[in-house]
Design a protein around this ligand. Sequence first.
Ligand SMILES: [Fe+2]
Length: 387
Amino acid sequence: MQQELFFKARIGLVAMGSAEPKQLRLAFGEHPPTQFNITWQTQRPVDEPVVEYGETPNLGKRVVAERIRYPYETGAIYRAYLNALKPGQRYYYRVGSRNGSYSRAYSFRTPLDRPHDFVFTAFADHGTTRHSVQNSRNVLAHNPTFHFIAGDLSYANGRQPIWDTYLEQLEVLAARIPVMVSFGNHENERIEGQRIGYIAAETRFGMPNKGQYYEFTISNARFVAFNSNERDDDAQYAWLERTLQRARADRAIRWLIVFTHHPLYGSTRRRGNNPAMIQRFQPLFDRYRVDLVIHGHDHVYERMYPMRENKAVVNSGTRYPKGAGVVYVTCGGGGVSLYDLMPEPTPWTAKREKTYCYLKVRVPVQGALRVEAYRGDNSLIEAFEIG
Ligand SMILES: [Fe+2]
């Protein structure tokens, strides 16, 4: 009986479940100062799903959402695209439908479309533990312009309802702050041995280019995200090279920051340096003088001194000249679990600790970029500056 109901629910013969909007989340569109998208899910399909929004809590504008589907969905996913937003403006919103209930009201702020100082936050390897939830609250408290999760998001590993748990937990952050993601090995899913690939993460997060590889710009910073599982993909590699080159040729861009899941260098017991990642990407990051590379995969905090040609260019201090080398930071303590460190760090490791962690990065128009790394309990691991 239960199996039959499950089957009928799957093929949509019975309208079961709630029409209550859940899992609200914001993401930047192609042009962050004016374009946001809002995604949510209801248990059963609804009529005329909408976002109501406006510059005051009275809302006043509405945009109809579209249903986004994938073969293993666990409900009805809706996404609305808000265009022509005002830069640097706070917007209030709620989501709902004609025949279902409405969400509570939230608000968000669009970034300015001119040079300005701003803060973003990041971590990777998130999961659904109490540490995961705490870490979402941690970064929210810094009110960043956006938050980035550098892969290994829900750890659904094929069990699609885990995505629902994950995204319900993420709402506390993602309904208020745009959350951008890149994909880790755990986004490449299998169901009962059958490879379904990235389709769940691609569908559930409304990233540019489905989240595989994309760029966005805030102020004078260019952010570049790519999928390090697909390290050998030549189209992605060609795009990455073009994108880094174009960023460095653009006089309006001062900071070039890369997000990807797998680190090049590291010293956890589970794995040390990643020769394949180094061989493929170190020459590119050096050539285009990437300022900062943020990744996860190793569930620790580990940060290298500025590096050039696989060596640290300095071996002390916490303030580095801009352009001296690429600074690699692993913040894989997003919440799911922690790894043990090897007894010895790499020759280039500036700081490492087995701890839950997040990064707060202040990106300035002038002066030094400042990275603060915090533990899950909000105590400071370290701070360093580039510039
Ligand atoms: Fe990973």
